[in-house]
Design a protein around this ligand. Structure first.
Ligand SMILES: [Zn+2]
Length: 424
């Protein structure tokens, strides 16, 4: 565990393998980067006793935008309308550029924000991230991250003329041998990407076996735009000089976007706050290649009402968890998201919440064979979460009781020192 020994066993009050029941006074054996046994010490040396701790798989934050990780607070006030928030985000980006002396300084500032976001993630037990990158952050994403990142390059091209260029840029990026991190595609949202381009990107995702993430059914205003071609989105896009009434055909629906996303290798439906039962059943029928990503505290920030988590799980929809960015969330603490779900969805079992924050996220990013649960042969991506001295019938209640607890992380069998990532 100290980075010197390559073979060791850890003993803890609880081990949560995720695929299997929690183990009391559990032991896990690690050799190099891999788990070699769960439930027994296979080495001759005694295990390292980490005490009143839960050992869980490293968490997966399936959706974030790290460029905003240097924000001191969310953009806008809680309950802000979604389109008003986008206006403020656009204004923030403009101010950020204006306040920075030149392009290189802006890039360095964004690099720092990305590293800060990774550091913050690690502090809450995250070992895997689904990051939405802009053109700028994608080009300079730190290769040597100590945790596993999939970077989805965001595409915005609403009118047809821009769509071909945008696709060309994207294809050049996905083909580039210079890029060493795992790549994903991200048509931003129905109101910023031409439907034909979304279709093309989904087919390309399948062809290149690349995951694809898209914001969908996120706000009431988005549904209004799709249903009637009216509402605050039209005014917003007109003000941004990005509106063309002919782009989104009348009669198009969230269902059309879902059917298109289902053509992808694997798609992440980001948010899905307003999915109907029929749409949930469609996703459930495509469960092998679709995942909904619930961003609990961001959902609450926009006061969207009750998230249909119970309904989704009831339909068999695979659900993962994301923080979204610090533009709509106070921090990037994924454990806090899971505690929030526990508090606000008491009908959902703790074991299900843990699965959403681990294995379901790894599966969405195509990495569940490698990580996301504690099993022999998987990579030793672990979070060690301090527990209180309380007892509980269901040990998940202990794990999901306190989000501000100390957490240490092993990624590939190595203890991660988060502060080291802040050094330029
Ligand atoms: Zn997002």
């Amino acid at each position: 565990m100290d980075g010197v020994r390559s073979e060791f066993a850890l003993k803890a009050r609880y081990i949560f393998p995720v695929e299997g029941k929690p183990i009391v006074d559990g032991v896990i054996s690690i050799s190099g980067k891999r788990i070699v046994a769960v439930g027994e010490n296979v080495f001759s040396q005694p295990p390292i006793d980490v005490g009143n701790v839960a050992i869980i798989p490293g968490l997966t934050n399936a959706h974030t935008h790290l460029e905003f990780s240097d924000l001191a607070a969310e953009i806008g006030k809680p309950g802000i309308s979604f389109t008003e928030w986008i206006r403020e985000v656009v204004a923030h980006r403009k101010r950020r550029s204006a306040d920075t002396p030149n392009v290189e300084a802006l890039r360095r500032r964004m690099d720092r924000a990305v590293r800060q976001g990774i550091w913050e993630s690690v502090r809450s037990g995250v070992t895997m991230l689904g990051e939405i990158g802009t053109n700028q952050t994608c080009d300079r994403f730190p290769v040597a991250t100590p945790i596993d990142c999939t970077v989805f390059r965001e595409t915005i091209a609403f009118d047809r003329e821009k769509a071909d260029d945008a696709f060309g840029e994207l294809a050049a990026w996905t083909d580039s041998p210079r890029i060493e991190y795992r790549r994903g595609l991200s048509p931003h949202a129905p109101y910023t990407v031409h439907p034909d381009l979304i279709d093309r990107m989904c087919r390309y995702s399948k062809q290149t076996k690349t995951p694809l993430a898209m914001h969908l059914a996120e706000s009431f205003e988005e549904l209004e735009l799709l249903n009637s071609g009216c509402g605050p989105f039209v005014a917003l896009l007109q003000d941004l000089d990005a509106w063309d009434a002919s782009v989104i055909p009348r009669g198009i629906s969230v269902g059309w976007y879902l059917k298109t996303l289902a053509k992808s290798h694997h798609s992440l439906v980001i948010h899905g706050n307003f999915l109907t039962e029929e749409e949930m059943l469609f996703i459930a029928a495509q469960a092998e290649r679709m995942t909904v990503v619930y961003c609990p505290r961001t959902h609450a920030f926009f006061a969207h009402g009750q998230y249909p988590l119970k309904e989704m799980l009831g339909c068999g929809v695979p659900v993962a968890i994301g923080t979204d960015s610090k533009a709509s969330n106070p921090d990037l603490n994924l454990l806090a998201e899971m505690c929030f779900v526990r508090e606000h969805h008491p009908e959902v079992k703790g074991s299900e919440i843990l699965r959403m924050g681990t294995l379901n996220g790894a599966r969405a990013l195509g990495q569940s064979q490698l990580t996301g649960s504690l099993a022999s042969g998987k990579r030793a991506d672990l979070a060690l979460v301090n527990l209180s001295d309380e007892t509980a019938n269901d040990p998940h209640d202990l794990l999901l009781a306190e989000s501000e607890t100390a957490v240490r992380v092993l990624s590939g069998g190595r203890l991660i020192e988060p502060m080291s990532m802040l050094v330029d």
